[in-house]
Design a binder for this molecule. Structure first.
Ligand SMILES: [Zn+2]
Length: 148
């Protein structure tokens, strides 16, 4: 049975905002649909520019699986992944990517580097965009408005 995990990803995004992090959340599921990792951005907390929600879920799931690849896995993320995360998604062989809001400024899937469409990209996941995009966008807008 198909279950959307975008609500869980949004919960992670809200928790990230509460920590003072850019509100992006991600949920990674195994091929059976079980959640194997959830995360929100932690770049400030960890002083780590690579600590994006997607990277954190991929690291956790790979460590738990004892494998650098996650075939058949499904990643839900509230915002279009950046080029770094898109490259990690491809390297991990993730099967399906669902994301929320587009990110014309930093995105690397439908914008900018368009990592999955690049000839150097050897694994392209199925991509579905615009899932709960309005909610994801509102979270981001509220976060940046509050910091101005
Ligand atoms: Zn990223």
């Amino acid at each position: 049975m198909f279950t959307s995990r975008m609500d869980d990803a949004l919960t992670e995004a809200r928790a990230a905002a509460a920590r003072g992090e850019v509100p992006v959340g991600a949920v990674l599921c195994d091929p059976q649909g079980q959640v194997v990792a959830t995360a929100g951005n932690r770049t400030r907390e960890l002083s780590d520019p690579t600590a994006h929600a997607e990277i954190l879920t991929i690291r956790a799931a790979c460590a738990a699986a004892g494998s650098e690849r996650l075939p058949g896995h499904v990643l839900w993320v509230t915002l279009e992944p950046c080029p770094m995360c898109a490259a990690a998604i491809s390297a991990a062989r993730i099967a399906t990517l669902y994301y929320g809001a587009p990110d014309p400024r930093m995105g690397g899937v439908a914008h900018g580097a368009r990592v999955f469409d690049h000839p150097q990209c050897h694994h392209r996941p199925q991509v579905y965009d615009g899932i709960a995009a309005a909610e994801s966008q509102a979270l981001l807008r509220g976060f940046f408005a509050a910091r101005r």
